[in-house]
Ligand binder design. Sequence first.
Ligand code: BEZ
Ligand code: FE
Length: 267
Amino acid sequence: MNERLLILTEALSKEVKKVINDYKVTEQELLRAIDFLNETGKQNEFHLLSDVLGISVEVNELTHGVHHDHHENTTSYNVEGPLYRDEAPLLNRPVKLCGDDEPGEILLLSGQVLSSKDGSPLANAILDVWQANEHGYYENQDPDQEEFNLRGRLQTDEEGRYEFKTILPGAYEIGRGGPVGEFLKAQARHAWRPAHIHFKVTAEDHTPLTTMLFVPDDPYIDSDTIGAVKDSLILKLNKSYDEELAKSYHIKDHFFISSFDFILRAK
Ligand code: BEZ
Ligand code: FE
């Protein structure tokens, strides 16, 4: 017997009955909801439904957030999303997440991976990075991109430092064509996620950190359809005029620089 399941079912049923009574839900509405859920299952969109209902982020926050174990000084976690791929290539310095001809505004992101215990730098930590191109498409959604474009794993140096060149990703719409897209449209809700870069950071004796960093000033930064934006995860971008840096990454145009330190929980 699964007692936890029984408790959660009873609690959920109680809340749903309250909504039914408060809003006088009709039989017709119930049948429409059942049709919608059947279609959502058929098209494998239950995870997406959990995302746009804000459930995925809520559970992630409860599982990893500061309330969890009073680790206020660590980097905020965030949901992984459905577009992660295992075994992205290990990239050597100077690290480039895409070819030099990738369209988009160039970004050089750097920083350190640090321990929550004493702030010490974590050498040989791995950052597994994945992001969309400037039009908001991940490589595995877009036949025009090369395998593992804008994905890669990089390792921190002896001082826990990392640095890589990429482009600013574009915002994208999620699940527009299916039942969840219809569900959003019926409520006049948009389906946009503001531009972001995903990370999984791992280091010895530390809890792995899955998170994402957001591009500032994105038009959807205050209305992410899955509600994942946290202020502490919004990058600060600066224009760079460093010619040496530009040369070492074969950058001919202007480019942005940004710095972000990841603080991992010591086990
Ligand atoms: C993403 O960030 O890649 C994502 C998250 C939730 C739903 C769809 C995409
Ligand atoms: Fe994403």
